[in-house]
Design a protein around this ligand. Structure first.
Ligand code: UD1
Length: 338
């Protein structure tokens, strides 16, 4: 298949492009490089032995998208491109709604004009909000708690309305839990700009000496060790989930929602200990105040993805840490060292 991947130079995007190339697909990546490096795609090409085409463009630019559809004739789209920092989304909500929501509308209009009506969308477990009991099940009523999450929810709504309006659309909404880890080669991985917002890249930067210590946000939650529990998923498992969803869409029209998670909760301290085991030395940390907006615990019910897609996670927390550490150790400053 020929597949257009928006945001294909980013963390999850680059791993997914590699999985697609390895499966024999042709890939064209559209990315504005706002928060990523083209170096990721060069390395993906080296690993796959074959390159993805690359077009530097913004998804809000319909003319640029039209040109990509005209030149590359993709048959399906995997849509990652978007802004993703929760805190920043509270400060600059218009940027989030414009890039994520208006950008998706531009993409869908361009797809429709070119008779391409298969799309896998990068959604988030954050759409489940704070009112749902865990494990989260796809049929639950969603309701995000911050502008970033609401962009994901609104895009899900737009795609659901589109699918209901025209039976030619094949739409997968993939709700990711907490993606971590890296390709086992250590060549590609997560490379956040500035101070990492998320747990795993922060731990990794402490381990490699870029930061002094991990701040554990809250040690007094009603959880077994007092720290929050999350459903961590290896980024290569996640990438394979996209390939499985794409296969499913080939012969299923409609709108489908799948959780991509392991179904298991791991606490912040358990993750820290697992990372220490991968590194082989202690990682300094301090328990500080809770972070606003954090939920004590949640994880996926991943049984729908298993039943429909034949997909489930296969990589352990230990592997997530070993692979993440290999990437960070070999690339202490991320792609900037290249
Ligand atoms: C966050 C977002 C979520 C988004 C996801 C991926 C919030 C509330 N949620 O998920 O919407 O889809 O990232 O971008 O921001 N932690 C520390 N110290 C740190 C960093 C994190 O203790 O330096 C803790 C957090 O308090 C949390 C856990 O680690 O308990 C996981 O945090 P994080 O990696 O940011 O993911 P989420 O908050 O689950």
């Amino acid at each position: 298949m020929r597949i257009l991947v928006t945001g294909g130079t980013g963390y999850i995007g680059s791993h997914t492009v590699l999985t697609l190339l390895e499966a024999g697909h042709d890939v064209v990546v559209v990315d504005n490089l706002a928060n990523s490096s083209q170096e990721a795609l060069l390395r993906v090409g080296e690993l796959a032995g074959r390159e993805a085409a690359f077009v530097k463009a913004d998804i809000t630019d319909e003319q640029a998208l039209d040109a990509v559809f005209d030149e590359h004739s993709p048959e399906a789209v995997i849509h990652f491109a978007g802004l993703k920092a929760v805190g920043e989304s509270v400060t600059i909500p218009l940027d989030y709604y414009y890039n994520n929501v208006a950008g998706t509308i531009a993409l869908l209009r361009s797809m429709d004009r070119h008779d391409v009506r298969s799309i896998v969308f990068s959604s988030s477990a954050t759409v489940y909000g704070e009112h749902n009991p865990y494990p989260y099940v796809e049929k639950m009523e969603i309701g995000a708690m911050n502008p970033y999450g609401r962009t994901k929810e609104q895009i899900e709504d737009i795609l659901s309305d589109l699918g209901a309006s025209d039976s030619r659309w094949h739409i997968a909404l993939l709700r990711y839990f907490n993606p971590v880890g890296a390709h086992p080669s250590g060549r590609i991985g997560e490379d956040p700009q500035g101070i990492p917002n998320n747990l795993m890249p922060f731990i990794a930067q402490v381990a490699v000496g870029r930061r002094e210590k991990l701040m554990v946000f809250g040690g007094d939650y009603e959880t077994p060790d007092g720290t929050c529990q999350r459903d961590f998923i290896h980024v290569v498992d996640l990438a394979e989930g996209h390939a499985a969803a794409l296969r499913y869409l080939e012969d299923h029209a409609g709108v489908f929602r799948w959780n991509l998670g392991s179904g298991q909760g791991t606490s912040v301290l358990e993750m820290l200990r697992a990372f220490e085991a991968a590194v082989g030395s202690p990682i300094p940390f301090e328990i500080v105040a809770r972070r606003a907006g954090d939920l004590p615990a949640f994880w996926a019910d991943p049984s729908s993805a298993l039943a429909d897609l034949g997909w489930s996670t296969t990589r352990t927390v230990a592997q997530m840490c070993e692979d993440h550490w290999r990437w960070q150790k070999n690339n202490p400053m991320g792609y900037a060292t290249a």
